[in-house]
Design a protein around this ligand. Structure first.
Ligand SMILES: [Fe+2]
Length: 357
């Protein structure tokens, strides 16, 4: 009988940079010529945004936000080390990195061997790190080895067929060397203290960006840019079914499996009703309350259109995790909400431990 640990984390790209980088997205949004005039005045911002921006343009708040995130990552890492998994499965989004015009799978499994990655060479575009120092001061040619678990990845694909999911898989990257930032950053941040990260990893990309994956390249666009949309992503409830199927396959295996859903919650640059300046914190708070209560039906009931309007496209990675925890009837043993209005998104951490006998 397999054992499972569930973890919810973020892969917030600016965390790789130094503190001055944390408000870059917000400052760019403020400089958008189409931003409604009243939003240039902090008096018209949400109270939390005003407090964070303060009189130092968010510097002190940025340090605090980083400290909150490090606390979450260190707790998640401690739980992971205590669990000592045979394999770590990560659900993450692909923001026009590995998957582009020639194929957009709704979800897929990367069946990779051990892979040498160059985090800073590869993060130029996908993490907007080009020309910026990373917080660890690592040189451009820094390399890391990410261990694979090809046998388990193949077993997962094969078994998911029996669960009603005909799953695309790949033996090598397509358009992005190494791993898309959702996966790479998750590993880099779980190893923030640079003690090493030697657990075998199987990455499980989800098409979170759906209608905006190719049209907007899953990325930031100035106000007024309207493009012909792509077909949608799978719905939250379909992704929960997929997560549940993965949990059943893992539980029936002989392995110790860590399941990680990785993403920040509502993203400011996807929330049109907030002029792409602030995240939809109200929607995030409602999802968080349901998470804390173990009320997974509320997660299941969210229509895709609501998730899109709230800029919660990437939350599909968490929907997969919540679907897995629903299937295991597992409530979180730890949750934390790291709020933010000016650092792109609210972030959440959650740990779902095996119940102790
Ligand atoms: Fe992402």
């Amino acid at each position: 009988m397999g054992e499972i640990l569930g973890l919810g984390v973020t892969h917030y790209p600016p965390l790789s940079g130094v503190d001055d980088n944390l408000t870059a997205v917000f400052r760019n949004a403020l400089a958008d010529p189409l931003l409604p005039a009243e939003l240039h005045d902090p008096a018209n911002w949400p109270e939390r945004a005003r407090q964070e921006w303060s009189d130092d343009e968010g510097r002190a708040a940025g340090r605090e936000h980083r400290a909150d995130l490090l606390d979450g990552f260190r707790r998640a890492r401690a739980a992971l080390d205590e669990f000592n998994p045979d394999v770590v499965i990560i659900w993450g989004d692909d923001q026009y990195e590995n998957f582009r015009e020639d194929i957009i799978p709704p979800y897929s499994v990367a069946v990779y061997d051990d892979m040498t990655v160059f985090p800073w060479r590869h993060a130029h575009d996908s993490s907007n790190m080009k020309g910026k120092p990373n917080v660890w001061g690592e040189p451009e040619d820094t390399k890391r080895v990410v261990r694979g678990n090809r046998a388990f990845a193949k077993h997962l694909v094969e078994s998911l067929f029996d669960e009603g999911f005909d799953l695309p898989y790949s033996y090598q990257p397509l358009h992005h060397e190494g791993f898309a930032h959702a996966f790479l950053n998750t590993m880099l941040y779980l190893d923030y203290d640079r003690t090493g990260f030697d657990y075998p990893v199987v990455t499980f990309p989800l098409n979170c960006y759906g209608r905006k994956v190719v049209s907007y390249r899953g990325n930031i666009t100035p106000l007024g840019v309207e493009r012909e949309l792509d077909p949608p992503s799978p719905s939250p409830s379909r992704i929960m079914d997929l997560g549940g199927a993965v949990a059943r396959v893992c539980a029936a295996s002989a392995a110790r499996v860590a399941l990680i859903g990785s993403s920040s919650w509502s993203h400011s640059f996807l929330v049109d009703k907030n002029s792409r300046l602030f995240p939809d914190t109200g929607a995030d708070r409602r999802m968080y309350a349901a998470l804390e209560a173990g009320d997974y039906q509320s997660w299941r009931d969210v229509p895709l259109a609501d998730a899109e309007a709230s800029g919660q496209q990437e939350l599909l990675n968490w929907w997969a995790l919540i679907g897995a925890m629903e299937a295991l009837d597992r409530k979180p043993s730890y949750t934390a909400f790291a709020p933010s209005e000016i650092f792109v998104s609210n972030k959440v951490f959650a740990i779902f431990e095996e119940p102790r006998p």
